[in-house]
Write a new protein. Structure first.
Length: 320
């Protein structure tokens, strides 16, 4: 089965580039930037990855990305991910980046996006993998900061296919960003957002995302299973879910594999992705293996993935 998974042409649609920062690269970038990490070895660093829910993960995730300072740092980060993804026969990736996690500590937006963009262009030429960027807003910051980030992104619009919403969901519902999303839509961006698994108001957040914001996709969104009317709505509208079983297993202590399979069986466009693979151990092939899918299901999930990509129709068809 693992050979079948490995050989299958894949699309990855839920991947935080800052969550691909492996300990080895973290040490290399720290050295390059004159930063002394509070760990002597890679093993010590890994041992400090002590998290069991979303907030405890996010604390380590934001601390970890402090070593990213220069354009070549962002280039190296993205190129390393794309090399790894290509080695698993990922043919196309939509990559989240968190500009506010960098601008809030004085790293310019321009430098972040230039590094990522240059890696994407080089990877396409050198590795044959295609990718596009999705800009995420941090939902635990104020909506005004998200709006300012949206405006800052406009000169780079050609390099960004859509917007997302991530970070700590507790007390930060989709409705908080309604005006930001309306403007993003006006500017031609496609829309997704995290509705993380087992949150305080999961169903209400999914409802707001679908009915009030009008998202094109939902990241995670597995709790939708609890509300058949919403399930019907996402099926009708062709809204896909980007699910991440290994990540679920760590932040909720269940991979939610049974729930994800049920949604797939009901006809929801479910996909399987890796989220933050340097922290939730496993890239897309390992996440697919975790699901215990039949070959038929594996093929269906990858068809779903290419179908819900934000590529123009003719490029989608070339993959399908
Ligand atoms: N930022 C990076 N990974 C995330 C996740 N799994 N949920 C919410 N925000 C994130
Ligand atoms: Zn995520």
């Amino acid at each position: 089965m693992n050979d079948f998974i490995k050989g299958l042409p894949k699309a990855e649609l839920h991947l935080h580039i800052e969550g691909t920062l492996e300990p080895e690269l973290k040490f290399e970038l720290a050295g390059r930037n004159g930063i002394v990490l509070p760990y002597a070895t890679i093993e010590e660093l890994r041992a400090a990855y002590d998290f069991d829910d979303l907030p405890s993960f996010l604390k380590i995730y934001y601390e970890g990305m402090g070593v990213l300072r220069t354009e070549p740092d962002f280039y190296d980060l993205a190129f390393a991910y794309l090399r790894k993804a290509a080695s698993q026969n990922v043919r196309y990736a939509e990559i989240f980046f968190d500009p506010q996690a960098h601008t809030s500590r004085g790293v310019p937006f321009d430098l972040v996006i230039r590094g990522l963009r240059r890696a994407i262009l080089d990877a396409e030429k050198q590795l044959g993998i295609r990718a596009q960027l999705i800009m995420c807003f941090l939902r635990d910051f104020q909506a005004e900061y998200a709006m300012a980030t949206l405006l800052e992104s406009l000169p780079y619009k050609e390099w960004i296919v859509g917007v997302g919403l991530d970070s700590d969901e507790k007390g930060n519902p989709p409705a908080k960003f309604a005006a930001v999303y309306a403007r993003a839509r006006q500017e031609g961006y496609l829309l997704t957002m995290h509705c993380d698994v087992d949150q305080e108001n999961s169903i209400e957040h999914i409802r707001q995302a679908v009915e009030d914001i009008g998202v094109d996709r939902i990241d995670h969104g597995v709790n939708i299973l609890e509300n058949p009317a919403l399930v019907e709505k996402v099926i009708d509208r062709g809204i896909g879910l980007t699910c991440c079983p290994i990540s679920n297993g760590i932040v909720t202590r269940s991979t939610k594999a049974a729930e994800i399979k049920k949604l797939l069986g009901q006809g929801v466009r479910v996909t399987i992705n890796s989220d933050d693979p340097a922290y939730f151990p496993g890239y897309v092939a390992e996440n697919l293996a975790e699901m215990g899918f039949t070959q038929e299901e594996l093929v269906q999930v990858q068809r779903n993935a290419f179908e819900i990509t934000w590529l123009p129709r003719h490029l989608k068809d070339a993959f399908l």
